[in-house]
Design a binder for this molecule. Structure first.
Ligand SMILES: Cc1cc2nc3c(=O)[nH]c(=O)nc-3n(C[C@H](O)[C@H](O)[C@H](O)COP(=O)(O)OP(=O)(O)OC[C@H]3O[C@@H](n4cnc5c(N)ncnc54)[C@H](O)[C@@H]3O)c2cc1C
Length: 379
């Protein structure tokens, strides 16, 4: 077994790392504080064809796999988690179109999504359908060759700057669950914005609640098989971007801590020379490596076609908690200045906390992991 990346993977990581250092890191603090949308960053990523990194080359993407996606997202998240989140969610919508859409839908949407001229957002959660998505109340009823959608979606990240929401709606009776939910690409103009929340972190991209009232959607906006939309989500793997975001924050917190504790002096010595501090920094490094290994393992096995239910849940739980723990420790080790907005660690902590909740709370992933362990405990 080898743990090395290929030359191409290293080159991609280097490319995104350099981009992040130059284009994201210097702006991240201001973007967060001003709650400013990072439009130029997305435009520049699109110019490098990174907004379509996992989409096939024939549609203008880079045709990369999930390992490459995880590597790229780690780098972006180390710069600013909101950027990584928007890229991850957009590629998640594109994955649904690519995997389950028709040839005509591929032609219509994928080239524009690869160039980020068409921006996708995810409309899965609702007020009463958080962890338990099957409780969604949004409905789609057929009327001739159209569908009529009513309901709302909550926490639609990047809604305000997106073009389409991949909207999940009930198209069948409760007794058919989970085979009673379909996915539609609905233009953002067809929604009404209900609430744009102020959040603890992830400040440069909002996640509003939006509503749909008798919105008519043509048949060719149904993506995938009717009533199989929710079940088909189980086959998606771009969700690995969530643990990868955790790895990015955990690593950024570690790097900042190494730099700070190596230069800050108290009691006539660098604080990194206190064994209590150096052991904590070692622990932070261990968290980063564990989180990254689990995340890349999930990505690699998914790329090779294995069932990664167990690997994905493990990565999600571990890497998102690693981000919270490292950000928290980084703040402790930077003392008072770490508690201010002059340093980045307070943002890491605020951004990290989202990751144990979004993408499904870690408690739900613990259930999924436990089920997978009892079913498949031999490898
Ligand atoms: C900023 C932000 C951005 C988001 N972006 C998107 C997006 O783009 N698209 C989208 O569709 N959704 C998005 N979400 C929604 C996100 O996926 C949900 O918040 C998440 O699934 C949890 O749902 P909930 O908030 O309703 O929490 P609930 O389901 O109400 O859970 C509350 C808490 O109860 C506990 N809990 C829940 N289930 C269990 C269980 N089985 N066992 C033990 N404890 C449990 C957990 O501690 C959990 O945090 C976003 C959320 C936020 C906050």
């Amino acid at each position: 077994m080898r743990f090395d990346l290929t030359e191409d993977q290293r080159a991609l990581r280097e490319e995104v790392r350099e981009f992040t250092k130059k284009e994201i890191e210097p702006k991240a603090r201001d973007l967060d504080r001003e709650e400013e949308y990072p439009r130029t960053i997305f435009d520049e990523l699109a110019e490098r064809r990174l907004m379509g990194v996992t989409l096939p080359e024939e549609y203008g993407g880079r045709g990369e796999g999930l390992v490459e996606l995880a590597l790229m997202i780690e780098e972006l998240s180390a710069g600013l988690m909101s950027v990584a989140a928007t890229v991850g969610l957009h590629l998640g919508v594109a994955e649904v179109v690519e995997r389950f859409g028709t040839e005509a839908q591929h032609e219509e949407f994928l080239p524009e999504m690869a160039s980020f001229d068409t921006v996708g957002a995810l409309g899965l959660s609702e007020a009463n359908a958080g962890s338990d998505k099957l409780k969604m109340e949004t409905t789609a009823e057929r009327d001739g060759d159209e569908w009529v959608l009513n309901g709302h979606k909550q926490w639609v990240t990047n809604f305000l700057d997106a073009d389409y929401v991949l909207t999940y709606a009930k198209t069948g009776p409760e007794e058919d669950a989970p085979h009673n939910i379909s996915a539609f690409l609905v233009p953002t103009d067809d929604f009404e914005v209900v609430t744009v929340w102020e959040t603890l972190g992830a400040n440069s991209v909002t996640s509003p609640r939006v509503s749909l009232s008798n919105v008519r959607v043509p048949e060719d906006r149904l993506i995938g098989e009717q009533s199989e939309g929710y079940v088909q989500r189980g086959e998606l793997h771009t969700g690995v971007n969530v643990p990868a975001r955790g790895v990015g924050i955990a690593r950024a917190a570690l790097e900042d801590t190494v730099a700070y504790t190596s230069s800050r002096e108290q009691y006539g010595q660098h604080i990194s020379d206190f064994q209590g501090v150096s052991w904590e920094v070692g622990k932070m490094a261990e968290r980063v490596d564990t989180a990254r290994l689990l995340t890349l393992r999930a990505a690699d096995r998914a790329d090779r076609g294995y069932d990664v239910t167990r690997e994905f849940s493990m990565a999600k739980i571990n890497a998102t908690q690693a981000a919270v723990d490292n950000a928290n420790e980084a703040m402790q080790l930077q003392g008072g200045i770490g508690y201010t907005t002059e340093h980045d660690v307070e943002r890491y902590l605020r951004d990290a906390k989202l990751l144990t909740i979004a993408g499904g709370p870690n408690e739900g992933h613990k259930n999924t992991l436990a089920e997978a362990v009892f079913e498949r405990h031999d490898d």
